[in-house]
Ligand binder design. Sequence first.
Ligand SMILES: O=C(O)C(=O)C[C@]1(C(=O)O)C=C[C@@H](O)C=C1
Length: 164
Amino acid sequence: APAPLSPLRPVASLAADRLATADLVAAAKWGTDSPIDDPAREQQVLDSVAAQAQRIGADPDEVRRIFRDQIEANKVVQRALFARWTAHPEQAPTTKPDLNVVRQTINRINTDLVQSLADTTPERAAPTCDPELAVAVVEVHHEKHPDLLHTAALVRSLVSVCRD
Ligand SMILES: O=C(O)C(=O)C[C@]1(C(=O)O)C=C[C@@H](O)C=C1
């Protein structure tokens, strides 16, 4: 019989999907005046996920904190890619995605991630949360085989998932 999946796998999996969008965001911004940091967009993301959390009975402050980490991790990937493309211009992207389209994808992932956080409220409060989250990260690493940068950023994005 297959081993049971970590209950936190959907959370880790969606966080990984969200981080995969950082490559597209970076490509959209590369060579333009749009900075990696967009405080107005961050505020919009945080207000929107907090409102959704409120509607579905999750803790809005906790969801806000977790999404601050999601955004921070996204910027870690974007900054690393900018540094790589600056040092190795031949690796820079040759096509530029539409940032608004990428943000629509991010919005959909945000919605699913808030739902997964709400669904795992008891697991995230349990003393088993840290080991289960570690297992989930390994499972996602094996499933999606992200590179080291994205796996390191994934770990960064999940630091507030386990409640106290
Ligand atoms: O939408 C962007 O411009 C992004 O870079 C993505 C993102 C996010 O993770 O949601 C990250 C950094 C920006 O400051 C704003 C939002």
